[in-house]
Design a protein around this ligand. Structure first.
Ligand SMILES: NC(=O)c1ccc[n+]([C@@H]2O[C@H](COP(=O)([O-])OP(=O)(O)OC[C@H]3O[C@@H](n4cnc5c(N)ncnc54)[C@H](OP(=O)(O)O)[C@@H]3O)[C@@H](O)[C@H]2O)c1
Length: 326
């Protein structure tokens, strides 16, 4: 099958086309003919091996010491089931599915195999393959973190980095599912987008420091790693909840704040590796409460351009990659 592989860490140009064997599903796996995948932050980080210094050794052991162990990136997919292993019971040939491949990756190809027990379920009826591929990572992360805050209707939630993939889903979930009063922080170019997702107030970080407004919030969710922790803590109510999807472990300042105040701090977590939340999100999408924001779409053979764009750090929501039929 046709795939895009990388055999060394580096800039987007390390990605190149290759003919590789089509995978064969194990007994508990399904074979998916991929229609769409994405360029997620995980793909970009693994390709360039951009990880925090403290994670360098474990990340290298996991991804490959001298060269990448799993040469095909692509952590989100949408496609159609082409074959199933003998123990697969819920999914069947012909099902349209969307999935997070997690650290198996494999989306930059015509086919991939995933276990039926993984983060995979049938696609929302009202989404295209491109839209569905943009859901599994960002939406699950936003839901996982927001759930920690036990948000009550009418509470005030600030989403920092509201135009990112996680941020666009967090704004919609906080508003349309939890009934919160939502403030989004983004650049001027994304104010209309964030408002259209349901934010009651939008603050342009290029013109104004959100902490300077003197507002207090019940929850602050940091979706882009550019907010000062001091500012976030300052704007939280005394028993407020700080959620940071971007940091792999608690920083010393975050540990200190958790010890010395009634504020709750959640960092360094990942959504569970089951389909439960994806099924829940599918329902919300079908009810019209959630949509995927797609910035740009590239064909698979323009994957280098797609990665170059995402490397700039300004994607609005998600960048999708379409995979033409074999
Ligand atoms: N824990 C988890 O399970 C999990 C899962 C998924 C992602 N993540 C993490 O979540 C983070 C976000 O990833 P993502 O894919 O959603 O988005 P992303 O691609 O990292 O974010 C891009 C967005 O950030 C905005 N941005 C850039 N500079 C900013 C600033 N100074 N202030 C506010 N916004 C700014 C950009 O808009 P402008 O340039 O217009 O401002 C753009 O819309 C990453 O760190 C990723 O590793 C964690």
């Amino acid at each position: 099958m046709r795939a895009i592989v990388y055999t060394e860490y580096g800039p987007p140009e390390v990605l190149h086309p290759a003919d590789v064997p089509t995978p064969v599903p194990q007994a508990d796996e399904v074979l998916i003919r991929i229609h769409a995948t994405t360029v997620s932050v995980a793909d970009r980080r693994c390709r360039s091996f951009t990880v925090p210094l403290s994670f360098w050794i474990p990340a290298r052991l996991s991804l490959g010491v001298l060269r990448p162990k799993r040469p095909i990136l692509g952590a989100e997919i949408a496609g159609e089931i082409e074959a199933t292993g003998k123990d697969v019971t819920k999914l069947k040939k012909g099902d349209k599915v969307f999935a997070a491949t997690l650290f198996r990756f494999g989306g930059y190809a015509e086919y991939d195999c995933l276990p039926e027990s993984g983060v995979i379920t049938t696609m929302p009826a009202n989404m295209t393959y491109e839209e569905a591929a943009a859901v599994p990572i960002g939406a699950r992360a936003a839901l996982h973190f927001l759930r920690k805050a036990n948000i009550k209707a009418g509470q005030k939630v600030l989403v920092y980095g509201a135009s990112s993939s996680v941020g666009t889903f967090a704004v919609q979930l906080a508003k349309h599912v939890y009934g919160a009063e939502v403030t989004g922080v983004c650049s001027g170019a994304n104010v209309a987008l964030v408002r259209s997702l349901g934010a009651d107030t939008v603050i342009d970080y290029t013109k104004e420091r959100f902490a300077a407004r003197g507002e207090r919030y019940d929850v602050v969710l940091v979706a882009v790693d550019k907010a000062s922790f001091h500012d976030c803590i300052e704007v939280l109510q005394p028993k407020g909840v700080y959620l940071n999807v971007t940091t792999p472990v608690r920083t010393p300042a975050q540990r200190w704040a958790a010890l010395t105040s009634d504020k709750k701090i959640f960092t360094g977590e990942h959504a569970p590796e089951t389909a439960d939340d994806l099924v829940l999100l599918k329902g919300l999408i079908e009810e019209g409460k959630l949509r995927a924001v797609i910035d740009r779409s590239y064909p698979l053979d323009q994957i280098v351009e797609a990665h170059r764009y995402v490397d700039q750090g300004h994607k609005k929501g998600n960048v999708v990659v379409t995979v033409a039929p074999p």
